[in-house]
Design a protein around this ligand. Structure first.
Ligand code: AMP
Length: 177
């Protein structure tokens, strides 16, 4: 949606040279932008039988938690390794240089849960794919992945659909990296 897209600020060369950082803080700071963003997700997901919303640390908390509240369901944080205090399951994934690990509380998911997984942006898809694998390890059905921004040239959305059969919804797209 072009209004949402117009409120996302682009910071060149952050966090390193050559990256165009799509900064959603400018969108969240704007009351109309915030309402349109969360409202778009609420309209799409209400009445779909979603039982929980999971959000990926940290910017997936900003989209996922208000959405869960509006849908009247619980919220599950998926966090970087070592941050969750109770028993967890983990999934490793590749970064551009090296690896990272995300975790979820084992008791956050019950059989029959139909879960929506949220982040701010999908690029190569590594983070979102790891999150879907975590939820599936615990027996959840992953209904869809929702993000504000897709970078289609990096192929993550296609990979999620082709490799894991998880549909992805994005409010807007940016060309390039
Ligand atoms: P990926 O695992 O490659 O799909 O990367 C997605 C994660 O990295 C998301 O949690 C994003 O917040 C972050 N990210 C990747 N590329 C960008 C970018 N160009 N601008 C802002 N955040 C990004």
């Amino acid at each position: 949606m072009s209004i949402v897209k117009s409120k996302i600020r682009t910071i060149p060369d952050y966090p390193k040279p050559g990256i165009l950082f799509r900064d959603i803080t400018s969108l969240l700071l704007d009351p109309e932008g915030l309402a349109l963003t969360i409202g778009t997700f609420v309209n799409r997901y209400q009445g779909k039988g979603i039982t929980k919303v999971a959000g990926i640390e940290a910017r997936g908390f900003l989209t996922g938690a208000p959405l869960a509240f509006q849908l009247g369901v619980g919220f599950i944080p998926i966090r970087k390794k070592g941050k969750l205090p109770a028993e967890t399951v983990a999934e490793e994934y590749d970064l551009e240089y090296g690896k990272d690990v995300i975790e979820i509380h084992k008791d956050a998911v019950q059989p029959g849960d139909r879960i929506l997984v949220m982040d701010d942006l999908i690029a190569t898809g590594g983070t979102m794919i790891a999150a879907v694998k975590l939820l599936r390890k615990l027996g959840a059905e992953v209904y869809e992945a929702g993000v504000i921004i897709d970078l289609p040239d990096l192929g993550g959305a296609k990979k999620l659909k082709d490799d894991l059969q998880v549909p992805i919804f994005s409010i807007c797209e940016f060309e390039g990296h």
